[in-house]
Design a protein. Sequence first.
Length: 293
Amino acid sequence: MPSITKEGFHKIHEEHFARAAYVYVRQSSPYQVEHHLGSKIRQYDLAKWAGELGWSSAKIITVDEDQGESGSLPHARSAFGQMVKAVARGEVGIVIGLEASRLARNNRVPRLALKFLTRGRGLIKGKWVFDDKDLGLFNFMILSSNVTKFKRTDLPRLSSRDLGMHTFTFEFLNYLFKKQVPILKYFVSEKGAIRILSPRYNSKIRLRETVKLEWKTDEAERLYEVAVTRIPFQYLKDNQIKWLDTGGKNYYELDLSDFKKKDWVYWLVREKNESGRILTTSEVSMFKLVDIN
């Protein structure tokens, strides 16, 4: 059960007890609702804590209608919106959550760039898809055979708040695209980020027998897995990605015998706990193999 500091008690006055105590319960995806039962139980138990602080049971309101809803999609958290309105009307004395990130999180937004090699002329229409849900529409005009690049202001703002793995892609609505559309995958974590040390992103590495992949985290003695491929990860399905155990080390000696000169190598690292739960992943890094005498 959480605790409140002496300074926090001084902020609670008699008029607060006359208003409602809202307990906000939310997990960001159906998977978390089904499998992260400990978090669910702790969040519901916060109603008992509100009673211990002094609120009567009639004044304690548990808001859990947003369970399994991502905060990144517009209007997805309708119950949260209603709670905010109640706060604005002066009807709420306290809002209680397991952590502030249940209400909002402000992590770094993933880097995103998108460009097309186009031919001919015409208007192309499409839609953005985030976590298998529509995120909005887009269109762009093809004026000639050229590379069409989206401005950053035209790209949707991706979630950096909800924990777990997210996917982002797009679909054309008026054009039959025969090739595979890439899917961006990224992970939002409470843990510190995995920082790639070597080889550096977009570097050139001399082709030899092995190359040492190195990374760093804020915590020691973690379980890591690394994935390496010639194909960019956005074109791979989950079952096509092979994860290799590093034996608890924060580096991996990659055998280059199956690679050749001018190959691009894409790799990333993920961190797991002893039960196998994914805690966080690194950004995708890449390097090119060259023949340097």
